[in-house]
Design a protein. Structure first.
Length: 155
């Protein structure tokens, strides 16, 4: 069946590659479950992730740095989501920078931000569209794994 080779509108011809390529929904579910196992309160970040997509890749990427100063479970959730995006985009042929940077490394932050700004406009737009869908999936799974009284977008 031809449909089994399509994910994100990309045909994967190599049988071995197909095994490494998951749908955004599966990726999001795994991210939410991992975050929940570390700290269920970190799941509230799903909503913030979805909102922050509008501000661009560099701001989305940088949010994990802000949280490194004391909210490591939340920071890890953001970083894991970014890492997942980078892997998905690599499978499409779009290489997204993913330097390992700490919040106190100003030069590293500037370098990484410049790399993101230097992506072609087309690659930025495609990546933002995929990130939007990934975050929509994160919100959906968050709503499934948390009770209505636990959902607080202000946290």
């Amino acid at each position: 069946m031809g449909w089994q080779f399509y994910t994100l509108g990309i045909r994967v011809n190599d049988e071995n590659k197909q095994q490494d390529f998951y749908s955004l929904d599966q990726i999001a579910q795994n991210l939410v479950l991992d975050a929940k196992s570390r700290d269920s309160k970190s799941l509230n970040q799903s909503f913030k992730m979805r909102e922050s997509v509008a501000y661009g890749l560099e701001r989305f990427w940088g949010e994990h740095l802000r949280l490194q100063r004391g909210e490591m479970a939340k920071s890890q959730y953001w970083k894991d989501t970014w890492d997942a995006l980078v892997r998905v985009m690599a499978n499409t042929g779009i290489i997204i920078p993913n330097d390992s940077v700490r919040v106190d490394n100003t030069a590293g932050i500037k370098t990484m931000a410049k790399k993101l700004w230097d992506l072609s406009l087309e690659d930025q737009r495609i990546t933002l569209a995929v990130l939007t869908q990934l975050c929509d999936c994160l919100v959906w799974w968050t709503q499934r794994y948390k009770g209505a009284s636990d959902l607080d977008t202000d946290e």
